[in-house]
Ligand binder design. Structure first.
Ligand code: NAD
Ligand code: WQD
Length: 349
């Protein structure tokens, strides 16, 4: 029997791009997503881009019975890429219980069902936020971790849960992928980030300024100890990031136990550099104002991606200009994201 990958959160930003890469590599995919932060239209667009039918289940990872039924119907599933969860740092400080419940209990529920059906390969979406305010730049995986917000702590705890599971049961294999700052969109221009409400993150906010949905960008602080005073992040194209998941799946086939990798470019950019790069893609200067720092932000999060480069034979390839151009291609063609697209998800594929 040919094997399939279960992708939780596969209708979301990174998940949908990863599903495309999997399908284009000839893999079978089953998506589970409750569409809390996404739209079924993303699944339709995956099908349009790949010209393949996607198996989709609108289901919650907290619903153990639903997960059992999905695994039961698809005995071909041999590994899981687990994206589903809540991801807004600011919101996590207001409703921490929701974050701990969805992210941690959701992951435990998924792992319990995987164990029942003997599927013991998982790629997990962790985050550079687990490093808190790191003492070493660029950050190696060996850097001490310690997140400063509830969202980041959910990632840190889930990493520990998965690591403990792999230690206790040697037939589990897991890749904990610490993403830096995903940006950009699919080169087709019909799939990209689709934030519901006011974007929390820099690039989606800036792209909404460009289409006139927001008046100006607020730059959070110009008094950081950097060359222009604004904070540094490692922006990685979402297609490069997605390919990292395929490389991680391949690694799991070597049965490595629990491994963790930074997925970043190794190149840091300031907020102002990002604004200038995006201005270049749009062809005009977008308005911004300098405002005070955002609480919880740190000066610099730049990856040392050497381990992933060497052990996964994976490397980010898009440069900043290409990343900004792909974002503008998507945003200018879809100024309201997927909001204008009607249509209910089928209850099941
Ligand atoms: P996203 O919100 O676009 O995708 C997450 C998907 O999970 C959504 O489609 C949502 O509907 C679904 N979902 C949420 N709760 C669910 C539940 N209980 N059951 C089933 N589905 C559920 O987010 P994204 O940017 O694609 O992020 C994917 C993963 O990567 C998340 O785990 C996130 O924490 C992590 N991550 C994201 C970033 C980033 O900046 N985007 C950075 C580091 C890590
Ligand atoms: C980037 C830079 C801001 C918005 C977060 C999470 C991280 C991961 C990615 C999920 C910072 C500045 C931003 C704005 C600004 N997500 N900024 N004006 O904070 O690095 O990372 O998203 O896992 O865990 O913490 O990303 O895009 O919000 O900010 O000046 O309107 O842009 O201060 O320096 P961040 P971001």
């Amino acid at each position: 029997m040919s094997s399939a990958v279960l992708v939780t959160g596969g209708a979301g930003y990174i998940g949908s791009h990863t599903v495309i890469e999997l399908l284009e590599q000839g893999q079978q995919v089953v998506i589970v997503d409750n569409l809390y932060n996404s739209s079924y239209e993303a699944v339709r667009r995956i099908e349009q881009i790949t010209n393949k039918k996607v198996t989709f289940y609108k289901a919650d990872i907290l619903d153990k019975q639903a997960l059992r039924e999905i695994f039961g119907r698809h005995p071909e599933i041999s590994s899981v890429i687990h994206f589903a969860g809540l991801k807004a740092v600011g919101e996590s400080t207001k409703i921490p219980l929701d974050y701990y419940y969805t992210n941690i209990t959701g992951t435990i529920t998924l792992l319990q069902v995987m164990k029942e059906v003997n599927v013991k390969n998982i790629v997990f979406s962790s985050s550079a936020t687990v490093y808190g305010d790191p003492p070493i730049i660029p950050i190696p995986e060996t850097c001490p971790i310690g997140s400063t917000n509830p969202y980041g702590r959910t990632k840190q705890f889930i990493e520990s849960i998965i690591r403990d599971l792999c230690t206790a049961e040697s037939d589990w294999n897991a890749a904990l992928l610490r993403y830096f700052n995903p940006a950009g969109a699919h080169p087709s221009g019909i799939l990209g980030e689709n934030p519901l409400g006011v974007p929390n993150n820099l690039m989606p906010y800036l792209s909404q300024v460009a289409v006139g949905k927001r008046e100006f960008l607020s730059i959070f602080g110009d008094d950081y100890p950097t060359k222009d005073g604004t904070a540094i992040r490692d922006y990685i194209h979402v297609v490069d990031l997605s390919k990292g998941h395929l490389a991680a799946l391949k690694k799991l086939s070597e049965k490595p136990g629990c491994v963790e990798y930074n997925l970043g470019t190794g190149h840091g950019s300031t907020v102002l550099e990002m604004v200038h790069a995006f201005n270049k893609a749009v062809g005009r200067d977008l308005p911004y104002k300098i405002v005070p720092r955002r609480p919880g932000d740190v000066t610099n999060l730049t990856a040392n991606p050497t381990l992933a480069n060497n052990e996964l034979q994976w490397k980010a390839e898009y440069d900043l200009d290409q990343t900004c151009a792909s974002l503008w291609n998507w945003q200018s063609k879809n100024p309201n994201g997927l909001e204008d697209c009607p249509g209910e998800a089928p209850a099941e594929a």
